[in-house]
Design a protein around this ligand. Sequence first.
Ligand SMILES: Cc1ncc(COP(=O)(O)OP(=O)(O)O)c(N)n1
Ligand SMILES: Cc1ncsc1CCOP(=O)(O)O
Ligand SMILES: [Mg+2]
Length: 221
Amino acid sequence: MTEHATPMRGWGAEALRLMLVTDDALAGGRPLEEIVAAAVQGGVSCVQLREKHLGTRAFVARGRALKALLAPRRVPLVINDRVDVALACGADGVHLGQSDMAVEDARRLLPPAVFIGWSVETLDDVRRAAALPLDYLGTSPVFATTTKLDAAPAWGLDGLRAVRAATALPLVAIGGLHAGNAAQVLAHGADGIAVVSAICSAADPEAAARELALAVAEGAR
Ligand SMILES: Cc1ncc(COP(=O)(O)OP(=O)(O)O)c(N)n1
Ligand SMILES: Cc1ncsc1CCOP(=O)(O)O
Ligand SMILES: [Mg+2]
């Protein structure tokens, strides 16, 4: 595989159809592994481990545990923010934001098989993405959300359409998404959706993931 092989360095862009982004604080005391396993059973195609408060060792340990859970199921593990943690736990991808490590530096440090996603908050970010070694973009956020309090202003559906027109990279929409608006978001140019609360806060994460997977499959038709 060449260094900038894409889509998704061999996983295929369909792996981005339904991404679960974890949030321990929304799990209501349930073990995160249990929620992830249920979500995969329900049909999530990718899992992003997002830990804002864990120490480095605990973050790596959790990454390794999730990697062991996901690898036999052929579901890629993405690490949010931390290239070092991704390397240590053998993750399949890294998601970086505008304040995280520069994409070029991450690309130099990561093995060629590890894919990189990047949050875009403005059309200027989208234009800059064309010159970066990226595998997908996260349009962040599409709708208002209470899950990420420091999120940029929402793109809205018209904004999402403008992002689609400005890039050929796979687009993952995130922010305020659920089974009721997933199809609409795909119709405005997203290749997939990422959700936090729609699965992590659900009483039945497997059923929630199944409903989302169905909505995404119907929206993609
Ligand atoms: C798929 C996806 N898109 C966007 C984000 C947001 O990343 P970032 O802007 O770095 O914010 P934090 O998630 O680190 O708070 C994401 N995580 N995933
Ligand atoms: C991590 C992140 N990045 C942009 S919005 C967001 C949170 C999305 O959470 P939810 O799916 O609960 O709206
Ligand atoms: Mg980040």
